[in-house]
Design a protein around this ligand. Structure first.
Ligand code: ZN
Ligand code: ZN
Length: 263
């Protein structure tokens, strides 16, 4: 009994993550740039007769969802789910005024809910002040995963990271590169040192290590996978902690390896 995770895209250029359990498959976000690209990704990862059971959206920023992927999800009859607080922004930013007649869109609230055998708990994240944003704590076959990108306060998720088996967390930018290539929007994202410190605190509070931690939503210009991983390792060393789990970074623009969590 296990579940499998794969990052399909993870950066400010597009986000799409895949979680598979035995009987249930969920996509987290569908931030793909065109209808063609969205169809390609769905074809690559799903059989024609077995679409994702749900596409969960984290927030309404264009790198996570937009009109064209929504159009494909409508055509494919995919179930799309989003927190009720995000719907207004989704409509105003991405419905282009005319909306979607056949889109299977449902909302959830703050409470946990199930998609097949997977239990999902929404986590409210501090991100852009005008855009409600959510991460997710996921329980599947007794294993716990946390997916959280697009936030700037580790206190939002620390309790969920404790004793998690798998963590996908944003490590967006390197402070030095941010000084060099300033972007005001970076303030809404976790820097490498912030994420590293958060992971150290979570490891200290946990009774066992996660099987894997994957750093994601890495900035194209203000970070690299190597710098993000190095910063996490440096922080663990500083705290006298071992990196006793598989630590990796999600590729920005193409699918990463499948990670299996469980027995
Ligand atoms: Zn984003
Ligand atoms: Zn965002």
């Amino acid at each position: 009994m296990s579940f499998r995770f794969r990052s399909i895209r993870s950066s400010s250029g597009g986000n799409c993550l895949l979680l598979r359990a035995e009987d249930t498959t969920i996509l987290f976000d569908c931030g793909l740039s065109s209808m063609k690209r969205t169809r390609q990704v769905l074809e690559e990862h799903f059989d024609q007769d077995r679409q994702p059971d749900a596409v969960l959206l984290t927030h309404a920023h264009t790198d996570h969802i937009s009109y064209y992927p929504l159009k494909v999800l409508e055509q494919q009859g995919c179930k799309v789910m989003m927190h009720a607080d995000c719907i207004e922004q989704l409509q105003s930013k991405h419905f282009k005024g005319y909306g979607f007649n056949d889109l299977q869109m449902t909302t959830f609230g703050d409470e946990s809910f199930n998609i097949g055998s997977i239990e999902i708990t929404p986590i409210r994240l501090s991100h852009h002040p005008l855009l409600p944003t959510f991460g997710f704590a996921i329980v599947c076959n007794g294993k716990k995963a946390v997916i959280a990108t697009d936030f700037n306060d580790g206190r939002d998720i620390i309790e969920h990271l404790v004793d998690a088996d798998f963590i996908f967390v944003e490590s967006n930018h390197d402070p030095e590169l941010l000084r060099k290539y300033y972007n005001p929007n970076s303030q809404f994202h976790m820097s490498n040192p912030q994420t590293a410190e958060l992971l150290c605190q979570a490891r200290k509070k946990s009774g066992f290590p996660p099987k894997a931690v994957m750093l994601g939503h890495i900035s194209d210009q203000r970070n690299t996978s190597a710098i993000a991983i190095k910063e996490t390792k440096r922080a663990f060393k500083k705290h006298g902690l071992k990196v006793d789990f598989n630590l990796s970074a999600a590729p920005l623009k193409h699918p990463g390896p499948e990670i299996e969590i469980g027995l």
